[in-house]
Design a protein around this ligand. Structure first.
Ligand SMILES: [Zn+2]
Length: 163
């Protein structure tokens, strides 16, 4: 199965930066990264010293409804190289919670609770996501950090993303 991985799409980031406000309505406050190692959601890479970043409130949901969450993520405010949709392999070494979202009449707005699970570092995150996406009830999977619960990325298959 081919996975299509999305963090925060570059076009959405540019639109948000142009407004100066994040998805919570808070002002975006850029800072210069001194140490590197922030887990960025724009390019799904880790930051490097000297990068210009911001912590923003972001909702990775393209729909409205009770499951639509907004939470903190860190992004580039300048010079993001973007992301090509490939699987970010560094997440294989990080504990993640994966949440399955269902296809409800063409709207991805319900959680398929029995498919939500914890995937420990080294336990095969990509394979676990593929297994969940193979369930016909599931259209999209979101990965989150375990302790902070920050959104990591969304995963679909190219076929599902066209529906
Ligand atoms: Zn970036």
């Amino acid at each position: 199965m081919t996975l299509l991985i999305t963090g925060m799409p570059g076009a959405d980031l540019l639109t948000m930066l142009a407004t100066g406000r994040d998805d919570t309505g808070a002002a975006i406050e850029p800072f210069e990264d001194e140490e590197g190692g922030w887990r960025l959601r724009c390019c799904l890479q880790d930051s490097r010293p000297g990068d210009r970043l911001a912590v923003i409130g972001y909702s990775p949901f393209a729909w409205s409804g009770p499951y639509r969450e907004t939470g903190p993520v860190v992004v580039h405010v300048e010079g993001c190289p973007g992301h090509d949709g490939g699987f970010p392999v560094q997440f294989e070494e990080r504990d993640q919670v994966i949440r399955a979202f269902g296809d409800d009449g063409g709207r991805v707005n319900t959680q398929v609770y029995d498919r939500n699970r914890l995937v420990r570092a080294g336990a095969g995150l990509a394979t676990a996501i593929e297994t969940v996406l193979a369930d016909p009830r599931v259209r999209e999977v979101h990965a989150h950090n375990v302790t902070s619960q920050c959104f990591s990325f969304a995963a679909t298959t190219p076929e599902d993303s066209d529906r």
